[in-house]
Design a protein. Structure first.
Length: 317
């Protein structure tokens, strides 16, 4: 049997998942239905918005199912009636009960954005950068009841560069995972792939992101804060306090200068140099309340007097 012979149901929600679905469609695989989360309020108007996966599915005239959860017997019966050979899950956002995992002939596989068993959980891309990992990747695994604990079928690796952000690594892994998924489906269809059991002793957990995670504490070393700033760009964005207002930090560079943590050591068109617990950070792209993100050189032209050396930035809150 080849991969094109399989009846595939796809389950996913955000852009990361949509990239994988598009790869399956472009490869001519037989995606018979799509599952995605229900439409959610979004934007300032809080109008109901379709997920990226739903938008793509509708463009290709695919049936779309949006159950609140998959524990309802009626929803499970609907899925079972599709008679899928394989369920492909990418950032779906719903827990699959064992009854669902057991339905497809070849089971359920998942594309997870880390090199398992490192960074199981909700935010593996950002946590890898935050921790200063030298590389990341995608693992295609056979799903089981545990959270990202299933046997690993295939891995694809990429280095994390010194200027990678959460956004840039996300986009690269979406493409890497899409190609790895195609390879894994081909291997499953032909019977070539065998799962490798994960070593639980090596597992780490990637906690869900929150705005509290992105608070700048100037007592920390500049190298750690550089990782934090890059990890949480574009969301939730690292932030400090400036004149009792939040200052969002989009980009910075670690340097070897010293001073009291939070102290402004230099203000120039090259950036705002702020002392940390060890070393210093030169803030090169920031965002003031109510404003847009901008290069500090542009802010310097209008606000240089308000960022004078000797002043201090507070910790974010």
């Amino acid at each position: 049997m080849t991969s094109s012979d399989l009846r595939i149901v796809f389950a996913g929600t955000p852009e990361f998942a949509a990239s994988h679905l598009l790869a399956l469609l472009d490869a001519g695989l037989n995606v018979i239905a799509v599952y995605t989360q229900p439409d959610r309020p979004a934007g300032r108007g809080q109008k109901l918005a379709m997920s990226a996966v739903k938008q793509l599915a509708l463009q290709h005239d695919l049936p779309v199912y949006q159950p609140e959860r998959l524990r309802n017997p009626d929803d499970q019966a609907t899925l079972a009636a599709l008679q899928a050979d394989l369920l492909v899950v990418v950032a779906y956002g719903l827990i699959l009960p064992q009854a669902v995992l057991d339905m497809p002939r070849l089971g359920c596989i998942n594309s997870h954005a880390s090199l398992l068993p490192r960074w199981r959980g909700a935010a593996p891309i950002q946590r890898a950068i935050e921790a200063g990992d030298s590389d990341s990747g995608v693992t295609i695994m056979q799903m089981e009841a545990g959270l990202d604990t299933g046997p690993m079928l295939l891995k694809a690796r990429t280095p994390i560069s010194a200027d990678d952000t959460g956004g840039s690594l996300h986009d690269r892994l979406a493409l890497l995972g899409s190609q790895a998924l195609l390879e894994a489906i081909d291997g499953l269809a032909s019977g070539r792939l065998q799962g490798e059991i994960q070593d639980n002793a090596l597992a780490t957990y990637a906690h869900k992101l929150g705005k509290q995670d992105a608070i700048i504490d100037w007592q920390r070393p500049a190298a750690e804060l550089d990782c934090l700033i890059r990890a949480f760009n574009p969301w939730p964005l690292a932030h400090a306090r400036w004149q009792e207002q939040p200052l969002k930090i989009w980009a910075a560079q670690p340097e070897t200068a010293q001073g009291n943590p939070g102290e402004i050591l230099e203000c120039s068109k090259q950036g705002l140099l702020v002392a940390c617990g060890q070393g210093a950070l030169r803030l090169t792209r920031v965002q003031l309340p109510g404003g847009k993100a901008m290069a500090f050189a542009d802010l310097y032209n209008a606000r240089r007097d308000q960022f004078a050396a000797g002043q201090c930035l507070g910790n974010g809150q």
